[in-house]
Design a protein around this ligand. Structure first.
Ligand SMILES: [Zn+2]
Ligand SMILES: [Zn+2]
Ligand SMILES: [Zn+2]
Length: 362
């Protein structure tokens, strides 16, 4: 424990998006949130009736692409059967009084992550994960190139019913939209302001702090230690080119972000060698998460600089990353109504538990 008192109750401001904050309340016996039930994971390798299993390719809408080509594919991309956005309409945007409508134009695709039906991310090989993220990258590039109206291509994954997955076969999704999603927009705007003020990328500053910063904060009146910040306290996993950190203020108790150690704004510029190291850090991070909060349901989101002229100046200020958000508790009315998320595990304890998890050295 890094605190003199063993409980914390404080509101922490998100350093990237200062308009967001989180309440860290770890007092013993305080259970303001209902735990999310762990879902039984379907671990079968092959399911005869599953449209995403190998051999059942005819049961999905016509395929967009597969990698590698041939019957023994590792990753397939298909259109979403129930797209939330589509490219089949030619309506114009509407504005009437305070009601503004942007036509629901866009793309919604499914990426079948692996031919193995029930495999978890940490059970996939590093080579497979590296290829999978390579497939994301290629598809993102193709979508951006296909239509200049598409401002953002979001890659995300829902794993488990609590995280919104409706099909048990492991998969992720791509949504390409004519607007930049609010979460990314907020990060872009605030990191741009930080850059204008300090001539530095806020994500890089955060990494510098996480990797080198050490401090002891004393109480002004009593002189007692209020907090000790140790070097690497928020680091969960470190590779040669990537690092997984537990954010100091995050919406979800076990939320982890993976970022490149060298500044880079655009995921599309990542090299094959980068992806190898990224895959290793991701696999080990997910393995740690599975050890500590077994069978966890989660979402991940890939945040990269949006495309379009108005983002040309963000190359120095924005820093791409992957956000992994485990769903271990059900959001309460207080959280949804206030936007103030409550964390009952301190980020410092979470990082320590994840770091201490014993995983085989593969
Ligand atoms: Zn399947
Ligand atoms: Zn940076
Ligand atoms: Zn982000």
């Amino acid at each position: 424990m890094s605190n003199t008192d063993d409980s914390i109750r404080e509101i922490r401001i998100n350093p990237i998006v200062p308009t967001e904050s989180v309440l860290v309340a770890t007092a013993r016996g305080m259970r303001p949130k209902k735990a999310e039930e762990k879902a039984d994971r379907d671990t079968r390798e092959h399911v005869e009736t599953c449209p995403f299993c190998r051999g059942n390719e005819a049961r999905t809408p016509p395929e967009i692409s597969r990698w590698p080509t041939g019957a023994d594919w590792d990753v397939r991309i298909v259109p979403n059967l129930y797209p939330v956005l589509g490219d089949d309409r030619a309506q114009t945007n509407l504005a009437f009084g305070l009601q503004q409508v942007i036509d629901g134009y866009g793309r919604h695709e499914v990426i079948i992550d692996n031919p193995n039906h029930g495999i978890a991310l940490h059970e996939m090989s590093e080579q497979h994960l590296s290829n999978l993220f390579g497939v994301y990258q290629q598809r993102m590039a193709d979508l951006y190139a296909s239509d200049s109206r598409l401002k953002y291509v979001l890659v995300f994954k829902n794993f488990g019913a609590a995280a919104g997955a409706s099909i048990p076969h492991t998969h992720s999704q791509i949504i390409a939209t004519p607007v930049v999603p609010e979460n990314v927009q907020n990060e872009v705007q605030h990191s741009r302001l930080y850059q204008q003020k300090y001539s530095h990328c806020v994500f890089c500053s955060l990494l510098d702090e996480a990797l080198t910063y050490e401090a002891t904060i004393y109480d002004r009146d009593s002189g007692e230690i209020r907090r000790k910040i140790n070097v690497g306290q928020y680091v969960v996993e470190r590779g040669e080119r990537f690092v997984a950190i537990k954010p100091f203020a995050s919406r979800f108790e076990w939320e982890i972000h993976i970022l490149p150690l060298q500044h880079q704004s655009d995921f599309l510029k990542v090299t094959a060698e980068d992806l190898q190291d990224f895959a290793r850090v991701l696999r080990r991070t997910m393995h740690r998460l599975d050890e500590v909060v077994g069978g966890v349901q989660y979402n991940f989101f890939l945040h990269s600089v949006p495309h379009g002229n108005e983002y040309d100046d963000c190359d120095d200020s924005y820093h791409w990353h992957l956000e992994i958000c485990p769903r271990t508790s059900i959001p309460t009315g207080f959280e949804l109504g206030s936007g103030l998320f409550v964390s009952t595990v301190s980020p410092e304890q979470a990082a320590e538990a994840l770091r201490d998890a014993q995983i085989a050295d593969e």
